[in-house]
Ligand binder design. Sequence first.
Ligand code: FAD
Length: 434
Amino acid sequence: MAAKSFKYVIVGGGVSAGYAAREFAKQGVKPGELAIISKEAVAPYERPALSKAYLFPESPARLPGFHVCVGSGGERLLPEWYKEKGIELILSTEIVKADLAVKTLISAAGETFNYQILIIATGSSVIRLTDFGVQGADAKNIYYLREIDDADKLIEAIKAKKNGKVVIVGGGYIGLELSAVMKINNLDVSMVYPEPWCMPRLFTADIAAFYEGFYKTKGIQIIKGTVAVGFTADSNGEVKEVKLKDGRVLEADIVVVGVGGRPLTTLFKGQVEEEKGGIKTDSFFKTSVPNVYAVGDVATFPLKLYKELRRVEHVDHSRKSAEQAVKAIKASEEGKTIEEYDYLPFFYSRSFDLSWQFYGDNVGDTVIFGDNNPETPKPKFGSYWIKDGKVFGAFLEGGTPEENKAIAKVARVQPPVENLDVLSKEGLSFACKI
Ligand code: FAD
């Protein structure tokens, strides 16, 4: 097979790849210069939709509706757009070997791709219970969610197991969003997680108490402080029960596991410097290898605001890092420089009719403000994180766009705080006056 050669290759066809393609087009890429090689069969799309509207029983989101860049209010890049721009979308193609020294990639089907500049945008893969040898974890109807194919399998299971029982393993954002959407699909939902409260990496006990209370009012059973240690299956090999470490046994027709992800860096192991589990980059997403960039979930980059290297597995950063890398590539071709990446961490989630946003860093002391009673019809509450006498992070449930902008600003500006009680009483108005 003859090798295909491109000036720029993006390996991975997810969120970052799509936003990078748009930036390349803005900067004037020539037809035939850029290729995106993706394991998935479809053009880049807004991955967060998969655990939200994609699984709705009524009027679900479907492609082409959520191709990038609609998630940030931008133009929707349909497959035709790539054609028009002369950007080659090489889909259903998994790269199984990368040789950065000779600048080639090899696919599972044995095709060779040469590049001058490579952008690594392989994202993350899910951690599977089979990775830890959990007994029975290979039973049918145990699902994970990362790509659109996974979501399609889940939809089939929801249809096949109408009004059945679902056990969600994991209390992170996938667990919370999946529990909600399964309930909306009229399934009987239980969540299991080992921590004392949900989303422990971000939520404080006060924040979590609201969501756990709210989920209970929706009829979701929450089992904390224990883990799934095994599964039993029926004679068809379909999951029937989830065995918990504390001895309890839960009936299940469907299990969805959301216990975290791992950045997909294996292809490049030993060829590029790594840090904190990701590929180490500078503020322009350049790796330790000349002409190789890494963006999105796989990149460990300098977070200027906090003066440390971080890896961020969230959609906003995947979009912005991709744009930064492409701007840097084009600038360096013209002998120019661009500003360093100066990212303000931003995470969000939506479930039922709830919606929260978080900006900044969740370090230091916390105060809660507003009404976090889960029975309140339209709850609005938030939290600030305070370190060294300054606000470092801000969280808000139920904010308007202006209020969300205000908490973003507060996390960026880091205003001083004298008295935590006063801050708690002032609540959102503190952010709104900054
Ligand atoms: P991805 O979007 O994962 O893209 C990686 C691509 O690379 C995939 O297409 C993959 O198939 C491909 N690939 C990998 N290896 C190879 C290979 N060897 N050869 C070819 N192709 C390859 N973040 C939020 O901030 N808010 C949310 O609400 C939110 N919801 C989410 C819901 C779900 C279900 C998931 C899975 C993630 C969610 N995220 C959310 C996280 C967010 O989607 C990711 O941070 C973002 O997609 C990362 O972008 P990326 O381009 O680095 O990786």
